[in-house]
Design a protein around this ligand. Sequence first.
Ligand code: PMP
Length: 403
Amino acid sequence: MDLSALISKRSVSINGSGIRRVFEIGAKIPDKVDLSIGQPDFAVPDRITSAAIRAIQQGRNGYPLTRGIAELREKLARALAADIGWKTNELPGHPEASSGLFVTSGTTGALMLASLALLDPGDEVIIPDPWFVLYPYMGTFANASAVKCSTYPDFRMTAERVEPLITPRTKMVVFNSPSNPAGVVSTEQECKDLLDLCRRRNLILLSDEIYDEFTYEQFRTQPTAADPARRRCPSPARFPGAEDTVLLVRGFGKTYGVTGWRLGYAAGPRKLIDEMIKRQQYLYVNAPHPLQWGVLEALDVDMSDHVAEYERRRSLVVSRLSAVTDVPTPGGAFYAFVKVPDRLGFAPEEAGEKFFQRCVAERVLIVPGRTFSTRDTHFRLSYATPIEKLERGLDVLVRVMKG
Ligand code: PMP
């Protein structure tokens, strides 16, 4: 059988994730320091795992509603009202609200459904460069295209950088703060300018806030709706009336260390949310049922000690590496996007890959910049690794960078 005649051109155009390739190379290296992994290294709080186990034992294993269990939707609606001030249709007493909310199969599920609900063939979605690995395919999967907005060298996705890329085919701008791979946190003004631009040009602003909990103290600048003394990561969602323009996407996987549970949520204009739910019925059916009972508990668990620990590691990374190269200070997430120093003499189109190979020879894993970008001048380092390993890895990186 000639399968290659059958497989779609669209499928062939999709590359395997560069992160998976690093994973496979790493699997053959004993006693390595792995700074490539994008998931937290802390244990999942007992309260969350116990609630999920209980749900399975109590027989909560069948199909729930596509939009998620009512208890979780209501809790999320209350949390969102307190944080960003939105009164969604899931908030008791607001069934006619013009904004909606539902539970998704991971943040990925929300991103995919947003593309399918908004993009027709030939349409455009503007994404940051460097990007999270799924973003370019948000175009491809919908037979549309992803237009890359270069954010080099400071990795800030600003309205000024986005505006020249808007065409009559643009439907959506994808924004991610704290960002993967750079850990950059946008300012309130940057969020507001992007919101204003999208509103003026009739575009959905998808705000991917999967790392919002991992925002370090100094970068938590925007007051929450319910408590002005409580400050969080700036978000375009927190400006008055944003719910007609912003599609807010958040996840549980990174925050609570349950990336394998595949749970997230999306909130935004009701019409768009209803379209996304319609597609979820056929694509994912529902997010994992018993695990929704687990994350119902998660919203009451305080993760601030873990965030403080990551902040300490972030400071170590910046202080060690900024002596030998350029590192825009990460304000959140658990990544740094680091320039391969010119002194190493690598060609700019393959500096990340060459640097990666040198590190592999020293049993340290990082991810070359080309995995996240049209350029290959940088590499991504994840510091979601115990401090002793991180220190060992940084020693090697500094030595290699000194040439
Ligand atoms: N957005 C960003 C910016 C990410 O880094 C990731 C995961 N690495 C995702 C979305 C997808 O997360 P999930 O596992 O919840 O699908």
